[in-house]
Design a binder for this molecule. Structure first.
Ligand code: DC
Length: 220
């Protein structure tokens, strides 16, 4: 039996940074499930699918072969054999994923199998929105990581500013709140805290403090 840690929470709570650090410290594989949904969206965008047409998205999703492999510990997402990592983290792909792609049951079903298989094959930290509730209901540890939308917007603002990109703090916060709403209110596998998940509010914590807290939860 493999050892699995599930980390869920809203956009911008720091899941990927934290999950990656925890995985490294515990010598587990890190599985970023958002990247799988993002790869599906990239495929739809590249193929010019009418995203408003749910049936078209369903038909197209059957043609997407999405897998992952690890290169020196880094997750590489393969879309029909091509490494697409560098195209996944754009605002456009994030928006399309949250609005049109992750809401389609057939897409979720297809990616669910892959996630379950990965968790069964390897000891891992898996992050996403529905890991503790749907993908790994029997995970060894479940964490629900969150922070206020103000704090999440401020972190994003600082990240963009550090890259020299201009943005408006209020708009970032509005976008984050809209994404939360969509992720929490979709019909299938909405974002919510599993009953047996430990809530960690990172609003007033540093990355190191959050990592230590999760390591402590996992040692219990
Ligand atoms: O974590 P992220 O920002 O890469 O996720 C992008 C979108 O993918 C997010 O808005 C919701 C969706 N998603 C999902 O529905 N289920 C997951 N397990 C992971 C992500």
């Amino acid at each position: 039996m493999s050892y699995n840690i599930a980390i869920d929470g809203p956009a911008g709570a720091g899941k990927s940074t934290i999950a990656r650090a925890v995985a490294e410290r515990m010598r587990l594989i890190y599985v970023d499930t958002g990247a799988l949904y993002r790869a599906m969206s990239l495929f739809m965008l590249r193929e010019g699918v009418d995203l408003q047409d749910g049936e078209a998205v369903i038909r197209k999703c059957r043609e997407a072969d999405i897998t992952i492999r690890y290169e020196e510990g880094v997750q590489v997402v393969l879309l029909n054999g091509e490494n697409v990592n560098e195209y996944l983290r754009t605002e456009e792909v994030g928006h399309v994923t949250s609005t049109y792609v992750s809401v389609i049951p057939e897409v979720r079903e297809k990616l669910l199998e892959l996630q379950k298989r990965l968790a069964a094959e390897s000891d891992c930290v898996m992050d996403g929105r529905d890991i503790g509730t749907c993908v790994l209901p029997h995970a060894d540890r479940k964490i629900y990581l969150t922070a206020s939308s103000e704090v999440r917007a401020r972190r994003r603002y600082n990240e963009l500013a550090a890259r020299g990109e201009e943005c408006e703090l209020e708009k970032l916060q509005r976008d984050i709140e809209e994404r939360d709403y969509r992720d929490m209110h979709r019909e299938i596998s909405p974002l919510r805290q599993a009953e047996d998940a430990v809530l960690v509010d990172t609003s007033d914590m540093t990355v190191d403090e959050v990592v230590e807290r999760i390591l402590a939860i996992c040692k219990r």
